[in-house]
Design a protein around this ligand. Structure first.
Ligand code: BG6
Length: 463
C-alpha cells in the first residue's frame, strides 16, 4: 500500500537558476570573469559554448515565470549581477538600466505569485575588480561587495523578502585556487585559496551587516554546497579524513556564518601548515555580530574518503588530509559521473539539526544533469525524463523522513527551472524541468515539470 508523504504547511516547492547562467550578454553590463575567460580561452568551454548562449531570461522572464507557475514552482532563486546593477564599483552607485531590469523582473515574479530569493554572487566577479585588485584576494574588493549589497538592498529590499549573499563560495576557492576548474584556474595555491575563503566569509558578513542596518523586514542567508564525506571505515584515520573534508569544504562557511566562528580544529590545522588567512582584529566581532537568518544547502552527491597514503602535492591542497575512494556499491549518474546517494540528504538534514539547531534552512539546489535528453523525447514531443522524477522522489523521501525527525527544512529548490548554461558543461548536461530549444528559444515542459506541479499542488508525494 502506498503512503502519502505530506510536507509541512507552507513548504516551498521551488527552483533555482542564476543571472549569469540565464540572462546572457543582453542589456548593459560590465564583463565578469566568466565572460573574460570565454573571450580569451574559448577552448576551455564545452563545445566552445560560452555565457553568451543562454535561455535569454533577460527578455523572456515574463514567459518564464508563467511557465514556472505551470510547473508548480512558487519560489525561485536567481541572482542580481554585480556587473549589471552597479554603474560605479568604487561607490556602489546603481546603473539606471540595471535597476529598471531587476524592477520589472521582480514585478513579473510577483504577478505570478512567485516568491523570489535574490542571491548576490554566483561566481561572477567583475573582471575589472579582478584585474585591478586581484578579486577575492583583496580586502578592498570585500568592501566593494558590501557597497554593491547595500545598493541592491536599497533598491529592492522592500520588494524581495529573501536574500542570500553567495552561492557555493567553496567553488570559488576550490575551482579558482586549488583545483583549477574555474577562473583564474590556479592549482595548489593553498595560501591564496584560504585567504579567499576568509574574504568570502567576511564579505558575506559585511553584506548581512548592510542588510540589518537598513532595518529591512526580510531574511538573509548564505548558500553552501554540501558534499558530505563518508569514511571508508570506522577506523580513526579514515574518520579523521572525513572530518577534515567536512570542516574544510562546508563547515567552514556554515560555522562562521551561523555560529560566528570557524571550526577550531580547522583553524589549528591551517595555522600549523602555515596557510592560515590574514585577518584584522575587528573581524571576529563583525563575523559574530552578522550571522545569517537561514541557510541554503545545495546537495548533489556525497564524497567518499579514506586516510591518504602520503602527501605528494606541491603547494598546499586540503586533500593532504584525505584521499578519495570508490565506494563499491555506488550508483552513478553516467552523464556527470556523480554518485547518486539520496540518503545523504537525510544525513545532511540531521547534521544541520545537530550542528545548527536554531537555523532554518532549505534545499537550495538539487538535481540531475543528463546528456542528450533528445533520446527521451516521446511521440508527443515531450522529454520523458523518468530518471529525473525518480531522482527527486528518492531525495524527497529522505528529506521527508528528516523533517519528521525534526529537521528545520522549509523548502526544496530543484536545479533548474529551465535548462541553463553552465561553467563547466555549457548545455551538455540538461537540468531543467522545462526544456529550452536553443535554436528558437521554445520552451516545453518535460514530464518532470508536470510531476513537480502535482507534488507542489498536493504538498507532498506518494511513496
Ligand atoms: C551548482 C551551481 O554547483 O551546480 C550551478 O550552483 C551549476 O551554477 C550546477 O550549474 C550544476 O553543475 P553543472 O556543472 O553540471 O552545471
Amino acid at each position: 500500500m502506498k503512503t502519502f508523504l505530506k510536507f509541512p504547511d507552507g513548504f516551498w516547492w521551488g527552483a533555482a537558476m542564476s543571472g549569469p547562467q540565464s540572462e546572457g550578454w543582453a542589456g548593459k553590463r560590465y564583463e565578469n570573469i566568466m565572460d573574460t575567460w570565454y573571450r580569451t580561452r574559448r577552448e576551455d568551454f564545452f563545445d566552445g559554448v560560452g555565457p553568451d548562449v543562454t535561455s535569454d531570461f533577460f527578455h523572456r522572464f515574463e514567459e518564464d515565470f508563467r511557465r514556472m507557475k505551470e510547473a508548480g514552482i512558487h519560489s525561485f532563486r536567481t541572482s542580481v549581477q554585480w556587473t549589471r546593477l552597479i554603474a560605479d564599483f568604487e561607490t556602489g552607485k546603481p546603473d539606471a538600466q540595471g535597476v529598471a531590469f531587476y524592477r520589472s523582473m521582480i514585478e513579473a515574479a510577483k504577478k505570478n505569485g512567485i516568491e523570489l530569493v535574490l542571491n548576490l554572487h554566483h561566481f561572477d566577479m567583475p573582471t575589472i575588480l579582478f584585474e585591478r585588485y586581484g578579486g577575492w584576494e583583496s580586502r578592498h574588493v570585500v568592501e566593494l561587495f558590501a557597497k554593491f549589497a547595500k545598493t541592491a538592498f536599497e533598491c529592492f529590499g522592500n520588494d524581495v523578502r529573501f536574500w542570500t549573499t553567495f552561492n557555493e563560495p567553496m567553488v570559488i576557492v576550490d575551482g579558482g585556487y586549488l583545483y583549477g576548474y574555474h577562473y583564474p584556474g590556479l592549482k595548489g595555491e593553498g595560501r591564496r585559496g584560504v585567504q579567499v575563503l576568509y574574504h568570502l566569509c567576511l564579505a558575506s558578513a559585511m553584506a548581512v551587516e548592510q542588510y540589518r542596518k537598513l532595518g529591512l523586514k526580510g531574511k538573509i542567508g548564505l548558500i553552501v554546497n554540501v558534499t558530505p564525506a563518508y569514511s571508508k571505515s570506522n577506523g580513526e584515520a579514515d574518520q579523521n579524513a572525513a572530518r577534515f573534508f567536512d570542516w574544510f569544504h562546508w563547515r567552514s562557511f556554515l560555522d562562521v556564518s551561523i555560529l560566528g566562528r570557524f571550526p577550531e580544529e580547522l583553524v589549528d590545522v591551517l595555522r600549523r601548515d602555515g596557510v592560515l588567512w590574514n585577518a584584522k582584529e575587528e573581524d571576529e566581532a563583525l563575523l559574530m555580530a552578522n550571522r545569517i537568518d537561514f541557510a541554503g544547502i545545495n546537495y548533489y552527491h556525497p564524497t567518499r574518503v579514506q586516510a591518504p597514503d602520503s602527501i605528494t602535492e606541491t603547494g598546499w591542497l586540503p586533500d593532504r588530509y584525505y584521499a578519495h575512494y570508490d565506494w563499491p556499491q555506488k550508483r552513478v549518474n553516467a552523464s556527470k559521473n556523480w554518485e547518486i546517494f539520496p540518503r545523504a540528504l537525510y544525513d545532511v538534514a540531521m547534521a544541520m539539526k545537530t550542528l545548527y539547531p536554531d537555523t532554518p534552512w532549505f534545499v537550495s539546489e538539487c538535481g540531475i544533469g543528463v546528456h542528450d535528453e533528445e533520446r527521451f523525447r516521446d511521440p508527443e514531443g515531450v522529454i520523458d525524463d523518468a530518471y529525473r522524477i525518480a531522482f527527486f522522489e528518492e531525495h524527497l523521501e529522505w528529506l521527508h523522513q528528516a523533517i519528521q525527525e525534526g529537521a528545520d527544512c522549509f523548502g526544496f529548490h530543484v536545479w533548474a527551472a529551465l535548462d541553463c548554461w553552465s561553467w563547466n558543461n555549457a548545455y551538455r548536461n540538461r537540468y531543467g524541468l522545462i526544456e529550452v530549444d536553443l535554436s528558437d528559444q521554445r520552451r516545453t515542459m518535460k514530464r518532470s515539470g508536470t510531476w513537480y506541479r502535482k507534488v507542489s499542488m498536493r504538498n507532498g508525494l506518494e511513496k
